[in-house]
Design a protein around this ligand. Structure first.
Ligand code: GLY
Length: 418
């Protein structure tokens, strides 16, 4: 099978690494890819992966059998709709289905119709109405730009003035169209769990849950980030949580989408908060999580290529996925200044030494290969993953491998999976 993989982060490197283990893979083209993905096949750069016509032309020119879309932006831009119209099999939802992530108001609407437990929310397009509502709401305040804002459109705060300023910022154009509507919702108290499901629109297969560390610093301090580390499996989850998520969240959502004639083929990411009143949905994403993918796929004991092709064809079987008993822990190495102003262009040493540790894997994210070697080119630079028979040993391996990496100003959390 000839596969085109869209995206350039740690999630995509991990997807490519797992696809490359399939006996049915003939060619893996990555666009724009990263230096890690270059190990598995050609990298195509110099075009916009959010441009439906450009992606479709690339897939046709390369006689691609399957396109796999990693990040949310091409999904929201309608890349899948264009590929499907050209009869190219694609794993990822079209623009309408991707609204589960690209419009928080749409996601709330679907949840309402499907009877899914979530935080009560109000939607605003008018600054005064939003500010007046916040003044009467109990804190903590959760104010979200409706659209995609690269993970930066959400403010959670105890400070009413900050919440009102955030609503104003969104509605006055700080995030462009993404903020022209804001969603204000009640704060959900409890630990967060990410559960991913692969679906062909009818059948839904859950993946192993993972926990993401969104705050920059140890002890869950500092600003929100794209994710600073993750681990899987999770101990102490309610034993029926995954099945409950599939039956009570994912299938009702798919039912609503089908009622609206939306075929959803790809991943649904269910962000849950385990509140005292039971699990509630914090958010949906229309793709796999990053960095959670970096610990989930190394544990998958099935052929990812076969699964993604089956989902894209509407032929997913109902057999539960198989998982290795091993644990996996991922520590994200971030550039100096991340998340506000990451410093880029700095040499990175020690990647091969880190990857040479037994049971260690290094997935690239914000890196670039130059004639002088690998340099940093993004905020989250590398994912260093340790695997092992249990979380403590996987954790030890991850941190031993992290110690090999040299990048001026780099930082990482020291409490992942502790
Ligand atoms: N780790 C959070 C996300 O992928 O959105």
């Amino acid at each position: 099978m000839r596969v085109l993989l869209l995206g350039s982060g740690g999630r995509e490197h991990t997807i490519g690494w797992k696809l490359a283990q399939s006996p049915d893979l003939d060619l893996l083209i990555s666009a724009p890819g990263n230096p890690g993905l270059a190990d598995f096949g050609p990298i195509v750069t110099g075009f916009d992966i959010n441009d439906p016509e450009a992606v479709t032309a690339l897939a046709i020119a390369n006689r691609v059998d399957l396109v796999v879309v990693g990040p949310e932006a091409p999904l929201a831009a309608g890349v899948v709709d264009s590929l499907i119209a050209a009869r190219i099999r694609t794993c990822g939802p079209g623009r309408e289905g991707a609204q589960l992530e690209s419009s928080k108001a749409y996601a709330k609407h679907v949840m309402g119709r499907a009877g899914i437990p979530t935080a009560p929310a109000h939607t605003f397009t008018d600054v005064t109405a939003a500010i007046d509502h916040l003044a009467t709401a109990p804190g903590p305040y959760v104010v979200k730009a409706d659209g995609l804002a690269a993970g930066k459109g959400v403010l959670v705060t105890q400070d009413l003035i900050a919440a009102q300023s955030w609503a104003r910022l969104c509605l006055e154009g700080h995030f462009g169209d993404a903020g022209s509507t804001v969603v204000v919702e009640d704060y959900l108290h409890g630990p967060e769990v990410s559960i991913f499901v692969l679906t062909d629109g009818v059948t839904a297969l859950p993946l192993a849950p993972a926990r993401d560390y969104k705050r920059l610093q140890d002890g869950d301090n500092g600003p929100n980030t794209g994710g600073m580390g993750t681990f899987s499996p999770l101990a102490g989850l309610p034993p029926d949580l995954v099945d409950w998520t599939v039956q009570s969240i994912v299938h009702p959502v798919l039912d609503v989408l089908r009622e609206d004639s939306i075929t959803y083929r790809g991943f649904i990411y269910v962000g849950l908060v385990l509140t005292d009143e039971g699990p509630k949905v914090l958010e949906f994403n229309s793709r796999l999580g990053d960095p959670e993918t970096q610990v989930v796929l190394p544990r998958l004991d099935d052929d990812l290529l076969g699964l993604l092709a089956a989902a894209a064809s509407g032929e997913l079987h109902g057999k539960p996925l198989s998982w290795l008993p091993d644990a996996a822990v991922d520590v994200v190495i971030a550039a100096e200044g991340y998340p506000e102003r990451p410093e880029t262009g700095r040499p990175i040493l020690g990647i091969d030494r880190a990857a040479a540790h037994p049971n260690a894997l290094v997935f690239h994210a914000g890196t670039e290969r130059t004639a002088q070697g690998i340099i940093s080119r993004g905020g989250r630079v590398l994912n260093v993953v340790g695997t092992g028979p249990d979380i403590p040993s996987a954790r030890q391996t991850a941190y031993d491998a992290v110690a090999e990496i040299e990048l001026e100003g780099m930082h990482h959390r020291t409490d992942i999976a502790l």
